[in-house]
Write a protein that binds this ligand. Structure first.
Ligand SMILES: C[S@@+](CC[C@H](N)C(=O)[O-])C[C@H]1O[C@@H](n2cnc3c(N)ncnc32)[C@H](O)[C@@H]1O
Length: 357
């Protein structure tokens, strides 16, 4: 039986013994595939090092990879042990050399890492791809260290296969309230005037401070120790892929990449070695059939922090519409207030992910 949880605790922790229905939706890949037909929109239960060589080359538009960082960490009882830097470098080189052939010439890759692993990943990534940027994500939480600075950030490297790549800037602009509305000839200069306020859609930078890790009261939360939030993955996916594109995650974990792809009308597949995490990934994919919400992304817009009232009035403006601009049913609205309460509880020590080291 899953553990007894508090009423508002939405954490997905279905054990494998109760998740047969989800596990049965996963596939294994044991022979060479001439196309992605058999794997598209599926979770592959297997070892990325064995499965990638069986997949067809030039088939994927976007790779989002969140490999084990160079830390000693247990993934459902399978321990990834901290390696010598030279060994972790070789580990990185090995999996990058296996995913590289799968990416189309026009494709992009993002790789998540902590500050220490970042020193290695950035360098090795450059051996295979054109490195374009290093995003720093301020993760907010992290355990205090006795003789060091608290680890409150992660890096996400962005690279492409060539100079011909997708970047949908308008899809990831951040909506901000205009403090000093500037007009030319009486008309707003680069901002929008509405009955609910004045806004400007601004270019997103490579410093992301508006995304928390998933909390126990969020519908997306699972018991995976290093789960990424859907909002983080959505930003990457909206910028670097288009609808119907194919997104691949070689270290799928609890399925965040696949779930976000499904919510944003992309095709997807991912590889995960632990059956337990495959169960949660598939459970989330089933949930995504009814719930297409991505917390923090409302009606096709990323809003700046502390903008709950503006988001609410925007959503009531559009509540009469039966579909959003992507032709999907409107989603439940983000509740920043709820996140704020959860942040306080997490700071007090409830529901913290063990990623926070
Ligand atoms: C950092 S976690 C990814 C978390 C994921 N981004 C999420 O949101 O849940 C890395 C995952 O890679 C898996 N993994 C490690 N080695 C693997 C391998 N050789 N093949 C497939 N999966 C692997 C681990 O079990 C773990 O779930």
């Amino acid at each position: 039986m899953a553990n007894q949880k508090a009423g508002r605790n939405k954490t997905i922790d279905t054990p494998v013994s109760e998740g047969a229905v989800y596990l049965s939706r996963c596939i294994s890949v044991n022979k060479r595939q001439n196309s992605l037909e058999n794997v598209l929109d599926k979770t592959i239960l297997g070892d990325t090092f064995k499965v990638c060589p069986l997949l067809p080359p030039d088939s994927v538009d976007l790779i989002i990879a969140d490999p084990p960082y160079n830390l000693t960490k247990s993934f459902n009882g399978t321990t990834f042990s901290k390696k010598k830097n030279s060994d972790y470098e070789e580990y990185t080189r090995q999996w990058l050399s296996l995913v590289k052939p799968l990416l189309k010439n026009t494709g992009s890759i993002y790789v998540c890492c902590d500050w220490e692993t970042s020193l290695i990943i950035g360098r090795v990534l450059g051996e295979f791809f054109c490195v374009r940027n290093r995003i720093t994500w301020q993760r907010e939480k992290g355990r205090g260290a006795k003789a060091n600075w608290k680890n409150g950030m992660e890096d996400i490297w962005f690279a492409t296969n060539s100079n011909d790549f997708t970047f949908n800037l308008d899809a990831v602009k951040i909506r901000k309230k205009v403090i000093a509305p500037y007009r030319v000839d009486g008309k707003p200069k680069d901002w929008i005037e509405s009955k609910n306020g004045n806004y400007r859609d601004t270019c997103p930078s490579n410093f992301w401070d508006d995304i928390t890790i998933p909390f126990w009261s969020m519908a997306e939360n699972t018991a995976h120790p290093t789960q990424k939030s859907e909002k983080l993955i959505a930003k990457i996916m909206l910028a670097s892929s288009s609808e119907s594109d194919i997104v691949f995650d070689p270290f799928l974990g609890s399925g965040t990449t696949s779930v976000v792809a499904k919510k944003l009308n992309r095709h997807f597949f991912g590889i995960e070695i632990e059956p337990q995490y495959c169960v949660w990934a598939e459970q989330r994919l089933v949930m995504a059939e009814d719930d297409t919400e991505i917390q923090g992304y409302v009606d096709g817009v990323f809003w700046e922090r502390n903008s709950l009232s503006e988001q609410k009035s925007k959503s009531s403006d559009s509540s009469s519409a039966s579909t959003n601009k992507r032709g999907r049913k409107p989603t439940k609205k983000t509740c920043d207030l709820e996140i704020a309460v959860d942040e306080q509880q997490a700071i007090l020590g409830f529901g913290r992910k063990s990623e926070d080291v």
